[in-house]
Structure formats: C-alpha cells, structure tokens
Design a protein around this ligand. Structure first.
Ligand code: ZN
Length: 533
C-alpha cells in the first residue's frame, strides 16, 4: 500500500517540481539580467515561488477529482519536451512555435529526436508521471474538491500578491523592461500561448474568407505572355550569401548570372508558418496576424481570379494555407519527385515544369517553388554529397555535439545547393525566354541563428529576434523581353542596398504580373515599370 496523499498536496508538489526542474533556461536568462548578488538571489527565490504559485493557480482551475491525474501527467510530459527544446536550442514556445509544431510533418520530427531528448522525457516527464499515476489520492466528493481548490487558488493568489508587493521595484523591471524573460517560464508560458492560439483558431474559423481586389484586372499590351517563378527560400540568412559579401563562395553559380541582388531585406516573421502567409498577404508586417492571414484572400487567389495559371510546388512542409484554394503538389515523395537520395531534392521541382508550361497554351503563368533549403537542425541532409565543399561537417541533428565551425560548414554547403537550384531555375526560364516574358524572384522566409550568443535555429519572438534570424537574401532575374520592354533596370539597380522587406513582395508581384487594382501600392513596388499602369 502506498502512502495516501491529498489532491491539494499533489498539485503543490507538481507545481514546485516543474519550476525547479523544467526551468533551467528561464533561470539562466534571469541570471543574465539579474547577476548573482544578495538582493538578486532573494529576487530569484521569490520569482521561483511566484511561478510555483502561478502553476498552482492554473492547476486549481482545472484539476478536480477525475481530471487531476490526466491533466498533471499531460502537463509533465509536454513540459519535458518544452524544457528540452528551450535548454538545447533556446527557443521560446509561443503561438508561432505551437503553429510550427502542429504543422510539422513526421520527417521533421524524426530530424529532431535524440538521446538527450529521450533522457529529458524520461526524467522530467515519464518518471514523475508514474509517481502521479500510482499516487493513492484520498477520495473526496466533487463539492469538497471544488472547495479545496478554492482554498489553494486563494492561497496562491494571496502569496503572489505579497511576493510582488514586497519586491515591487524588482517586479516592475521584470514585467516592464524585461518582458522576454517570462517567455521562458515553463509551463506557464506555453499554456498561455496555447490558450491564445486556440482562441485565435476559433476566431478565424468563425470568420468567412474576405475577398480582396475585386476590381483587379490585367492591363498588358505586350505580345508576350508572362512566365514568372517565385522561389520561397527556407532558413537562408543574408550574411552567408557571397553575393552579400560573405567571405566564402556560397553563390558561385549565381554570381555568373545577370542577377539583381538586394542586400538589405528583412523578413516578416521568424518562422515559416508566419513569414510565408505574410509575404503573400496584402497586409504588411505591422498589421499582419495569423487570423487575418487565413481569413483574407492572398495574391494567389487574386491571380487565379484574373485568369493567371497559378501553380504551387512544395518541397517544404506545406504552403501554410497560402495555396489552400489553388492546390499544391507535394514534392517530398519519390513518387512525384524524380530527384531523391536521402531525401527529395528541391531540384526535383523543376523536372515537370516544362511539360506544365507546354500544356498551358493561354494565359500568364505564375509558379511558386517552396524549397526545403536550409531547414535545420539536420543541415547535413539538405544537400547531395557533391555539394559537401566545406568540411568538416556536423553529421547529427544534435547541434550541441558539433563545433561552431562544423555547424557553419554544413549550413554553407546547403546554401551551395540553393545556389545550384536557383541557377537551374534560371536555366529553365532561359529556354522559355523566346516565347515569354520571364522572371525569377527569390527571397528566404527567415534567417537562422548559428550559435551567436548561444542561439540556434529560429523562431524567437520578433521583438527579441537577432538580425541573423530576420535579415534575408533576395535576388531577381529577368529575361530579355522584361528587361527591354517593361522594367527600369537602372532604377532597380539603385535599390540594391535600400531597406526592403517581405511587405514589398505583394505589390512587386502585382506590378510584375501587370495587374491594376485599388490594393496595388506603387510605393511598395520595388520595381519601376516603363509603361506605367
Ligand atoms: Zn522557414
């Protein structure tokens, strides 16, 4: 017979356990802002008690007789994952991250699994869950459990108020000036983010799709149809492109092409799930939100309505809802993608394009290629062996087991493959340049941290994201007809150092496709057109 325990005690023990063992990164970050001293140590202890109280408050609201054990166990298991990701990659589990996790496919999950993660799961998740599962709870009526939770709730709330008031100067700076610190509190921050996320889903599913630019029409008097390829890059950071001055030749092929390079471009978000819908959206970064993104038509809907042939090929996780009404073709499977080794390659998306172009004899053509690019942490999987130019490489998804140099070598090799992929895309456009006005636009969705300040991967909240995660490469290439008849190339060259962002994409694409509408903002179009419409 195990010892009997009250439900209140179990809630208290779990709350304190989570704070003590699942918050390494939180404590580390707090200590960076409040280095060890007598006063600061007192504050740290006070903070840990406060976050235990917050846990007690949350649990007392949802853990009654029958829900007690399942809820505590689920929270412990999820928190062990959250602790692992925060301690290993210093990521924050916010709404964007939750969106990423939900939209991640099984291959990406396999990329991430590791021994260290298994240990976290066992020690912080499974073992304490077993303890809770076996606990012999003293049975009380539902009424009594409500009453005892009320006592817990009030006690924790009162203690929190006393703690905050007794060190109010510390808490004022903690809550006002050091907002990002609480992003690392486990589990309270991810619980908060999840509620916000679910709330958002309900809001977005209850709103109908809002049409945009119903007045849009193609105004083109050219004898050539347009063929435009938009490559949505993945996790490429601007400062690792040799086109932008990186000291390694990561763009050997693109440097030989007649391209326009833009070295001062900034992403809309720090994750695929945020940046990709944002760059196709009529909204700019400052007023874009996930809800607005899914509940408003994007530029693809608009192009389709005016009669453009729109195609989305995806070698990434998905179009993140952008191509929902267009349809997208998944190139991650060898049944469609003819170029697969350890995984299916971006180049495979080009294989069937010529027959697509040939089979659409009327109307302009707009093609989106969504790359796998430099998706981390398993950079070594992102390129065929022939592109392994920078060595030694990091041949594991456990970035902490590799040196910084190995990680960067591997990442740069993957960029070399993107350089090759883009030059092959240009080659395809060149073979169609006699019949079409051809153009390529490439921009990455966000950047990547490669160990600067101990940060890895991406996905930090935009307000605290380092430049490495939001400064992205962008290039354009134009075929002969475009250059001669449509575009003011000299004026465009002058913009190569101008500060630009994903906000410009929507209007620049409208301009390129020759579409007139009230929603088109000429000032946001990077390109100046010769026959102004
Ligand atoms: Zn991405």
């Amino acid at each position: 017979m195990t010892m009997k325990i009250t439900s209140s005690k179990l809630i208290l023990i779990t709350s304190v356990f989570l704070v003590l063992f699942g918050n390494l990164t939180f404590v580390e970050n707090v200590l960076k802002v409040y280095p060890i001293s007598f006063d600061n140590s007192l504050f740290l202890v006070s903070l840990l008690i406060l976050f235990s109280c917050i846990n007690v408050i949350i649990f007392s609201l949802v853990c009654f007789n029958r829900t007690l054990k399942p809820i505590l166990i689920v929270i412990l298991l999820i928190s062990s994952f959250a602790a692992y990701f925060m301690d290993t990659y210093h990521v924050v589990i916010d709404g964007f991250m939750i969106d990423n996790i939900i939209k991640t496919d099984k291959n990406e999950v396999l990329d991430l699994l590791s021994l260290k993660q298994a240990l976290y799961f066992l020690l912080l998740g499974v073992l304490p869950s077993l303890f809770i599962y076996k606990a012999n709870i003293i049975k009380i009526s539902f009424k009594k459990s409500v009453l005892s939770n009320l006592i817990l709730f009030s006690g924790a709330l009162l203690l929190s108020i006393v703690l905050i008031l007794s060190m109010s100067n510390f808490y004022a700076s903690f809550f006002r000036e050091h907002k990002p610190l609480r992003f690392y509190a486990n589990p309270s921050y991810y619980i908060y983010s999840s509620i916000k996320y679910i709330n958002g889903l309900f809001k977005s599913s209850s709103t109908a799709l809002k049409p945009i630019a119903l007045d849009a029409q193609i105004v083109s008097d050219n004898k050539y149809r347009k063929l435009i390829v938009f490559v949505v890059g993945e996790t490429a950071r601007a400062d690792h492109f040799s086109l932008n001055g990186y000291n390694r030749k990561t763009n050997p092929l693109l440097e030989k092409e007649n391209i326009l390079n833009f070295d001062n471009v900034w992403s809309c978000g720090t994750s695929t799930a945020h940046s990709v819908p944002c760059m196709f959206s009529v909204y700019g970064r400052s007023d874009f939100s996930k809800i607005k993104g899914v509940s408003t038509e994007n530029i693809l809907d608009l192009l389709k309505r005016v009669g453009v042939n729109v195609l989305w090929l995806d070698n990434n996780s998905s179009s993140k809802g952008v191509a929902d009404r267009i349809g997208e073709i998944d190139y991650k499977s060898s049944s469609i993608n003819p170029i697969c080794d350890i995984e299916c390659r971006d180049e495979g998306m080009l294989a069937n394009l010529q027959s697509y172009i040939n089979s659409h004899p009327t109307g302009d053509i707009f093609i989106v290629l969504h790359q796998m690019g430099n998706h981390g942490p398993a950079y070594f999987k992102r390129y065929p062996k022939a592109f392994e130019k920078f060595t030694p490489i990091c041949e594991t998804n456990q970035l902490e087991q590799c040196t910084k140099k190995e990680i960067i070598n591997t990442y740069d090799n993957a960029l070399l493959y993107t350089d090759y992929f883009l030059s092959q895309t240009i080659k395809l456009l060149k073979t169609n340049d006699n019949q079409f006005e051809t153009a390529l636009l490439y921009v990455s969705d966000h950047g990547e941290s490669l160990g600067e300040n101990n940060l890895y991967l991406h996905g930090l909240p935009y307000m605290i994201a380092p430049d490495e995660q939001i400064h992205v490469p962008m290039i354009m290439w134009f075929g002969n007809h475009f250059e001669k008849n449509e575009i003011n190339i000299e004026q465009l060259k002058q913009k190569s150092h101008k500060k630009l962002s994903h906000d410009n994409i929507f209007h620049t694409l409208l301009g390129l496709m020759g579409i007139e509408s009230k929603v088109y903002d000429k000032n946001m179009d990077i390109i100046e057109h010769k026959n102004d419409h």
